[in-house]
Write a protein that binds this ligand. Sequence first.
Ligand code: HEC
Ligand code: HEC
Ligand code: HEC
Ligand code: HEC
Ligand code: HEC
Length: 317
Amino acid sequence: MLVDEMLKLLLSIVLIVSSCFIPAVTRSCFALDEGGCLTCHQYPGLVRHEKTDGFRVLHIDEEKFFNSAHGKFSCRKCHVTIWKVPHTGETKVDCTTECHQNDAEKISTYPLNTLHQKEQSYILSLEDKSSCRVCHPLYPHSDNKLVRGFLNMHAGFMFCEVCHIKRGKFQHLTYEWKDTENATFSGEPFGTYYNPQTGKADKHDEHFISRIAAFAAEKGEKRSLINTRDIGKANEFVLKEKSLKPEEKKEKLAYFHQDIERKEISVACDECHSANSILNFSNLGFNEKKTKDLIYLNIKGLVTKYKTFYFPKLFAD
Ligand code: HEC
Ligand code: HEC
Ligand code: HEC
Ligand code: HEC
Ligand code: HEC
């Protein structure tokens, strides 16, 4: 790990944490997020897929947490074992570090897994008529423990092709809003609603959102690259999948993925979250502040450069 990069990263976390004290900063701060945990956990839609019960929600709303019964405690008062990123499987909590020393019995029957329920927002379902979603779940990423939650969150912002299209195969690619779509949320609705009348992209509080799609220009005509043409074939594949020979299956999958490529994490974030973004944020209607936030995304380095990141003792409670 490069020492320089490590220092830059630390500095950015320190800045994020200390920015709470500067009144000019609009990000609302209610208490000090001493562990820097909310740097990552503040995002609605941060979800990972889980075989047993669907998915695990990793979002913690800052304001709701700080106003909750436990809001005056640092995250590590309970999450005593989290000292590095990633920390998949670190579910051990200790309720007795400061309180509950004398009510062990009561605590033992408390449904711990509901503790953050009111502080979490995520998309429950999204009407997505693409071939991709015939086979892939709403939260499609599961390989990389550090990045999968963040990638899954983007399912609420854009269609798969915006990241996965083979860019070399198409001419004059542009990225624009598709119509509004129905979505159901748990917790507070989030995401973006694009208003074609005002040309602005705003937070929306009803049950629909807008997502970004990829378009290509052919013979002067703009064509959406959302794959809807293979829905029938994909349904057929799913029905017959078990009876297919490995070779047949491979061949069919190659067909469904003919315009699709997997992306390297190390380059993926920068394609959009940088000054050379493939997205034209102002044309998409994002205001100046949001555009800056998206370009200079502070967690980018954390999730792209390090395999394991240890929290500095600076943040020890
Ligand atoms: C009062 C104790 C307490 C505090 C303070 C606390 N947590 Fe938790 N947290 C829990 C418990 C209990 C669970 C559920 C563990 C389980 O399911 O076994 C949990 C679960 C989680 C999960 C997993 C998702 C889930 O809902 O199961 C995340 C992520 C998390 N906490 C983040 C945080 C962050 C970030 C903070 C600080 C902003 C924080 N927690 C503060 C007790 C606490
Ligand atoms: C660099 C970003 C980042 C930071 C900082 C961070 N987390 Fe996480 N955390 C994640 C991601 C990503 C996951 C989901 C990992 C996965 O997909 O398996 C996660 C998962 C969790 C879980 C669920 C573990 C499980 O497997 O069920 C808990 C609890 C949690 N974090 C608490 C914390 C606490 C407490 C802090 C601060 C001390 C913290 N996190 C800081 C990114 C972060
Ligand atoms: C008929 C079912 C089906 C359809 C339709 C489908 N996929 Fe897949 N996809 C799969 C399966 C199964 C795998 C795992 C393949 C493997 O393990 O070789 C996969 C793998 C992938 C991968 C990972 C490839 C890799 O090299 O690791 C990506 C990315 C992907 N799909 C994206 C998409 C996108 C985007 C669409 C829509 C255009 C789509 N898929 C349509 C079934 C499908
Ligand atoms: C914000 C960009 C982005 C979007 C949007 C996106 N992906 Fe991905 N996807 C990636 C990146 C980056 C990787 C490589 C991750 C890795 O190597 O672990 C990936 C990997 C995958 C994989 C294989 C690895 C895994 O984690 O299981 C599948 C399957 C996949 N994507 C499917 C989809 C589908 C289906 C959609 C649409 C519903 C989609 N992706 C939307 C960026 C994206
Ligand atoms: C294809 C473009 C694209 C790629 C690739 C991409 N993002 Fe994003 N990301 C966006 C857009 C657009 C938004 C804002 C969506 C909205 O609010 O409507 C966003 C939002 C975010 C946010 C929330 C920021 C905020 O202030 O609300 C985080 C965090 C984030 N992305 C992390 C990542 C990481 C980490 C990667 C790489 C693994 C990545 N993104 C790859 C386009 C992308």
